[in-house]
Design a protein around this ligand. Structure first.
Ligand SMILES: Cc1ncc(COP(=O)(O)O)c(C=O)c1O
Length: 379
């Protein structure tokens, strides 16, 4: 089977360095908040070009810590796409806040800025005070943050970028991590920059957001260890994960280039054959970290049958996401923007993600796209 994501190929390249890094942690024994955490935070700051980075226990906790840093209050609303992973929306109700679901764009899969006003008005009409917007850099490309930030500024809102999938991406001259008041990313193993367990980070240029998030991630700690200034949690990253990430971050820029080459190969192979497949669009001046390579199938194609056929050829595929978030039971009580979720509903039925990782070879891409084309041509 062609791996959907090949973590072994990457590990082979850096295994010696990772072993050395882990040995160092075992030798110094500072498993919690060891020196590798600061070192990683400093390297992530340089990479993203922002003032503050806080490493933490997961991407979900990074979102939660960011929301707390942004001082969200119970009953307040946050506009979030319905076409995303559960974490983007689950953090709001966990804090008593309200997700307001908005549609995405067909070509980029990201929050549609032209629909922001409708989502905003929907919430305000229901008496919900909107405090912020959470765009998601789905599949690797950041959302159109310039337009989103403009709308936010005009309406006195903050923007929290869910960059769990888009870390490593770019928005014109700016790097993800530096596009809004706060950014949260995930280092889940399958992410473009992943560790060997759970991990995440908060990025911000705002000292107060950073300090609240930092205190909260260690039980609400104040100036001293057993002095508490707020209700907190235990959301620290373990030192061993930071040690692993330091080695992975060192090869991350090269891997991003490799992912782009794989995406280019897919685009080339899938656009020449007259297949009627919609390819993922990367906006001019943007860079995707290609967390996923996701296509939109022609409506005539039976997606389940195609997945079974490809599996029989040892080609794994995935559907992100088969059910819009607002249709799941825990979420169906929350408001949907009055302009509806037409694109979200369409995408959930017709998207398909193909194997994607930096070490996917040109002939493997040819093999995958060849079988995909064969199936569609036989329809
Ligand atoms: C869009 C999005 N947001 C948030 C998360 C949460 O990250 P984690 O699994 O590290 O908690 C994920 C992870 O899959 C994600 O895809």
């Amino acid at each position: 089977m062609i791996p959907f994501i090949d973590l072994k190929a990457q590990q082979k390249l850096i295994r010696n360095n990772i072993d050395k890094r882990i040995k160092k942690v075992l030798d110094h024994g500072q498993y919690i908040l060891g020196p590798e955490i600061k070192e990683l935070e400093n390297n992530l700051k340089s990479f993203a070009g922002c003032k503050y980075v806080l490493c933490c226990s997961s991407g979900t906790d990074a979102l939660l810590l960011s929301l707390l840093g942004l001082k969200i209050k119970p009953g307040e609303g946050v506009i979030v796409p319905a076409f995303t992973f559960a974490s983007s929306a689950e953090v709001m109700p966990l804090l008593g806040a309200v997700p307001i679901f908005i549609d995405v764009k067909l070509d980029t899969f990201n929050l549609d800025p032209t629909k922001l006003n409708d989502a905003f008005e929907t919430a305000e009409d229901m008496g919900i005070k909107v405090r912020g917007i959470m765009p998601v850099g789905l599949f690797g490309q950041p959302a159109e943050m310039d337009l989103i930030n403009d709308f936010a500024k005009k309406n006195d809102l903050w923007v929290l970028d869910d960059a769990a999938q888009s870390f490593g991406g770019k928005h014109r001259d700016k790097t993800v991590g530096n596009l809004s008041e706060a950014t949260a990313t995930s280092f889940f193993p399958a992410k473009p920059l992943g560790c060997y367990g759970d991990g995440g980070a908060v990025f911000t240029n705002d000292k107060e957001i950073y300090e609240i998030a930092k205190s909260t991630h260690t039980h609400g700690m104040g100036k001293n260890k057993y002095e508490y200034s707020r209700i907190g949690m235990n959301a620290r990253m373990s030192t061993i994960q930071a040690a692993i990430l330091l080695e992975k971050l060192a090869i991350f820029p090269a891997e991003l280039n490799k992912r782009q080459i794989v995406a280019d190969n897919y685009n080339k192979n899938l656009s020449i054959s007259n297949l009627n497949i919609k390819l993922p669009l990367v906006n001019k001046g943007f860079r995707s970290s290609w967390a996923q390579y996701t296509i939109i199938l022609p409506e005539s194609v039976d997606r389940d049958k195609l997945q079974k056929y490809l599996k029989s050829k040892n080609i794994p595929t995935a559907v992100y996401y088969p059910i819009p978030l607002n249709k799941h039971k825990p979420y169906n009580i929350y408001p949907v923007s009055k302009s509806g979720l037409e694109v979200t509903n369409f995408l959930s039925k017709h998207v398909l993600s193909l194997p994607m990782h930096p070490y996917l070879k040109e002939d493997e891409v040819k093999y995958i796209t060849g079988h995909l084309s064969d199936f569609i041509n036989k329809q």
